[in-house]
Design a binder for this molecule. Structure first.
Ligand SMILES: Cc1cc2nc3c(=O)[nH]c(=O)nc-3n(C[C@H](O)[C@H](O)[C@H](O)COP(=O)(O)O)c2cc1C
Length: 195
């Protein structure tokens, strides 16, 4: 398989930035559906795909979400056309007979709440990364956020306790003039080893 060309690599990685200011341009529902249709193919343990996503778009629901974020995230969340609540299903293993039918994978989790919690977090975080790359591939900009009150988001959006928030992701078409200077990244020699 050939590597992607430089323009594609720039779009996904080298020129892609985290955004906090947004153009006044909506994100169509068709784009949100396309986004899921791409990110769902990213790999997860036993194909568990535990991530669940609430795309918060209406003014009323956005106001409820803004009420849960830290002060520094209020304006960027309020102004983003869409904020995705990237969550996970606390009982994701119940879907394994459907998602991984060639083995009894559900039994590998039953009665093991710590394993369920860990794999829900690991794999929904991976899926959150796939979501960011899928969004960039579709021409959207992203602003991930960990600065929010998780208990408050869960109480407001998941009162039945079946799903729990992992992180929030602002989505839209960013105002490129307002991004901060790019932070440095660790060089290969510090962050990697080939053994
Ligand atoms: C899980 C996660 C949580 C983050 N939390 C916040 C946040 O609460 N507020 C914020 O302004 N940026 C937040 N960021 C943005 C990061 O600071 C940003 O992605 C990083 O500095 C890289 O910036 P760049 O993509 O422009 O190079 C978060 C990013 C991630 C992935």
């Amino acid at each position: 398989m050939e590597a992607l060309d430089q323009a594609a690599l720039a779009r996904l990685f080298t020129e892609a930035r985290t955004h906090g200011a947004w153009q006044d341009r909506p994100v169509d529902e068709a784009v949100l559906r396309q986004l899921y249709e791409l990110m769902k193919f990213g790999p997860t343990a036993v194909n568990s795909t535990p991530a669940r996503i609430v795309f918060v778009r209406s003014a009323a629901e956005k106001a409820r979400l803004v009420d849960c974020v830290s002060p520094g995230n209020v304006e960027k969340t309020r102004n983003a056309p869409v904020t995705a609540i990237v969550a996970f299903d606390n009982a994701f293993h119940e879907q394994l007979p459907r998602l991984f039918p060639h083995a009894d994978a559900r039994s590998w989790y039953e009665g093991q709440p710590e394993k369920i919690a860990r794999d829900a977090l690991v794999n929904s975080s991976l899926q959150g990364g796939y979501l960011i790359l899928a969004a960039r591939a579709l021409g959207l900009d992203c602003g991930p956020m960990g600065g929010f009150d998780a208990a408050k988001v869960n109480a407001a959006f998941f009162p039945d306790g079946k799903w729990s928030v992992n992180f929030l992701l602002n989505l839209g078409y960013g105002d490129a003039g307002k991004v901060h200077p790019r932070g440095p990244r660790l060089p290969f020699e510090e962050a990697c080893r080939i053994v």
